[in-house]
Design a protein around this ligand. Structure first.
Ligand SMILES: [Zn+2]
Ligand SMILES: [Zn+2]
Length: 131
C-alpha cells in the first residue's frame, strides 16, 4: 500500500498495487506544472481518500489533451488523477511512502534546460519514447 498527499494534506490518496513504471518528462509543459517525474498507476488500485473537493483540473487547449490536476489550496501538481483511462500518470513527488520503482526513462530531453543535469543511467528519448 502506498500513501500519497498534496503539500497541505487536504488531498490524500492510496495506491493498493505498486505503480507499473516511473518516467521523467523534460518538456516545457510538465516542467512548468511541476510534475516532471511520474508513475503510471492502475485505476482499480487507486483510491482518493480525502480532498475530492480540493482537486482542481487544468484542461489545456488542443492539440494538448491531458488534463492536469492540482490542489486548489496549495497548488501541488498531482498528475492526471481524474483521468478516465485504465492507467494514468500520478506525480511521483506526491507519494509519502517509498516506491518500489526507479526512473526508467527520460522523455523530451530535447526540451530540457541546460541547468538540469540528468544523473542516472535511464534511457533518454529526444521526444516521446518509441514503442
Ligand atoms: Zn493541498
Ligand atoms: Zn511532458
Amino acid at each position: 500500500m502506498f500513501k500519497g498527499s498534496c503539500c497541505c494534506g487536504a488531498i490524500r490518496f492510496t495506491l493498493m498495487t505498486p505503480p507499473t513504471m516511473m518516467g521523467t518528462c523534460h518538456c516545457t509543459r510538465c516542467r512548468k506544472v511541476g510534475a516532471s517525474t511520474f508513475v503510471f498507476v492502475k485505476r482499480e488500485g487507486f483510491t482518493l481518500d480525502a480532498g475530492a473537493d480540493c482537486v482542481a483540473t487544468y484542461a489545456p487547449e488542443l492539440p494538448y489533451k491531458y488534463n492536469r490536476c492540482f490542489c486548489r489550496k496549495c497548488g501541488t501538481a498531482l498528475g492526471e488523477i481524474n483521468s478516465s483511462s485504465e492507467s494514468f500518470p500520478v506525480a511521483a513527488h506526491c507519494f509519502d511512502d517509498e516506491l518500489p520503482v526507479k526512473n526508467l526513462f527520460h522523455e523530451f530531453v530535447s526540451e530540457k534546460p541546460g541547468w538540469y543535469n540528468i544523473c542516472d543511467d535511464a534511457k533518454q528519448f529526444s521526444d516521446h519514447p518509441h514503442k
